[in-house]
Write a protein of this length. Sequence first.
Length: 114
Amino acid sequence: MGLYKERQVALVDGDLPEIAPACEVLVIRNLENWLVTQNLEDDDQVVQAVLATLRRLEQHCTLALIVNDMGRGVVPIDKQARLLRDTCGRLYQVLFTEAEQVVRIWYGIAEQLK
């Protein structure tokens, strides 16, 4: 990871840790895999729980999140898939509002949004 090459980086894939691993930078990717395991009927509660956990983690290390845009394309027929798509969208809106930096990568081209 070129951006953090001089720092100790830990990668968490598909999970939301409760405790920060020993590192300077914590990269969390595929958060939607963890979201699938949650009760998405009350997405506001899920979003607030994720934010609270990320704030705790941020007290120990720099956070970098890699998320997938699930809002493009056809709306899923399956209720759980729709709930996941909607919850991800609401969570990402809050995360991007609070983030210091937001970069969208589309077809390998980076675009600085914030």
